[in-house]
Design a protein around this ligand. Sequence first.
Ligand SMILES: Cc1cc2nc3c(=O)[nH]c(=O)nc-3n(C[C@H](O)[C@H](O)[C@H](O)COP(=O)(O)OP(=O)(O)OC[C@H]3O[C@@H](n4cnc5c(N)ncnc54)[C@H](O)[C@@H]3O)c2cc1C
Length: 452
Amino acid sequence: MEFDLIIAGADCAGSTVAKLVGEAGYSVLLIDEKDEGELGRPWHDAVFPFVFELTGIKPFGKERTAASTKIFSPNQKISGVVVGGKDYLVSREELSAKLIGSIKNIDNIVFKDKTEVIRPLQKDNSVVGVELKEMGAVKQYKSNITVDATGFKSVLRKQMPFESGIDSSDVDDYETCVTTKQIRKRKEGDIVGESVWGVYGGGMWVNNDRPGISEVGLRYRGTLDLNINEILGEFSKSREYIDDKIITARTELVPVRRSYDQLVSNGFMLVGVSGCQSDAMSGMGVSASVLAGSLAAKTIINAIKEKKYDMRTLWPYQVEYIREKGAEYSGLDIMKKYFQYITEDEFNFLFEKEIITFEIIEYLGGKKETTAEISFRQLFLKFMKGMLYKPGLMNRLRKAISQGEKMRKIYAKFPEKYDKELFEKWKFNVNKLINKVKKECSKFDDGIEYNH
Ligand SMILES: Cc1cc2nc3c(=O)[nH]c(=O)nc-3n(C[C@H](O)[C@H](O)[C@H](O)COP(=O)(O)OP(=O)(O)OC[C@H]3O[C@@H](n4cnc5c(N)ncnc54)[C@H](O)[C@@H]3O)c2cc1C
């Protein structure tokens, strides 16, 4: 059987593409290896309001107009409350159920759960469908366009040939975070969420937005070997409102890097975490995956109308993503590379000397609703104060910001149309800056036990 579109992976990225292309009247095969009831995650995630606008799902969950979080220095001696912007805290299981539910009545979408996608089918340097395993039987399905939305597993991406231009390698350990969430009971009452910064090359947090529940989390650099239960057990014990018993827990790998240079090839697209379309600092990717899904759907619909499925025709999707969200996250990726070399002691110093203040955190969060106002002069004075004590550290911070901004500008100039020469030049500029940053960072690698 032949489809206009086959999508491997039916979580937020895949089901967004399926819904939007299906609603436009084209035939879609959406596949997931999980049982339909197991889609999503057994916890609540923060998502931006545009997730509802783009998917057409009626807003649900807890609307947080100004979510407050108590931020701590790594040694937890300094703390302050930071107010964020508007978001929604949604059950991931409910979000998946609503997305899948909304495509059930679209006749031209076929949804297969408990079905494992095995490999892409290739013909003349194009992807022309997938091979899958359905109730033990191996089958092949053909399509004009195939989307890999299988998240970190990236089942199709990893089998793409070199000539396609798609990066088929594993995500580097330094660009991967191990992320855990434990759901525990807690005492009733309004308790503000808490977040410890700069520990284990990531952070530790507890979200208390759900009545009677604490969602306790840990995110750490993929190069470390940590005892998660011990660390989160101790953290939970130090908060007497959190119960000892874990109701449920899950650990996954998430990419923390800029999106891939190339998200499309002939008849093929990467959407969501399979294309590293998530926040390069925190690994949060529900909103970015939905955004990428909606942009991909727009390009797919145009391609089907034109009956052209080559890389050139699919190119506009990556222009739109890379120039906007991709650029923002590419800047964060560079900053994070420098931050990996900031030790916990150095982070404590920055908090203790008020070089990082809670006002700055709120301001840099870029939240539109923030009331914090920081002048350039204030930032400059703080910088000079830091220079008196730790010039090396302050220089690293300065470089993190300036090189991050440089990368953001390069990403914002992603070539409008596919032109081999222009694209190679763009990739050259990206790699040149990455190599420079890596070289600068390696100079900090001088035997001190760094925070990564
Ligand atoms: C502990 C933790 C906390 C997080 N908190 C947040 C948060 O607060 N906010 C936020 O925005 N993000 C958060 N994230 C990240 C978020 O979960 C991901 O960014 C998001 O799920 C990415 O969506 P996706 O659709 O690209 O991939 P996924 O959600 O990973 O979906 C991939 C789908 O592909 C399917 N699949 C895989 N292999 C195959 C195969 N061979 N055949 C068929 N199907 C296959 C899987 O079953 C899955 O359903 C968190 C992640 C973790 C681990």
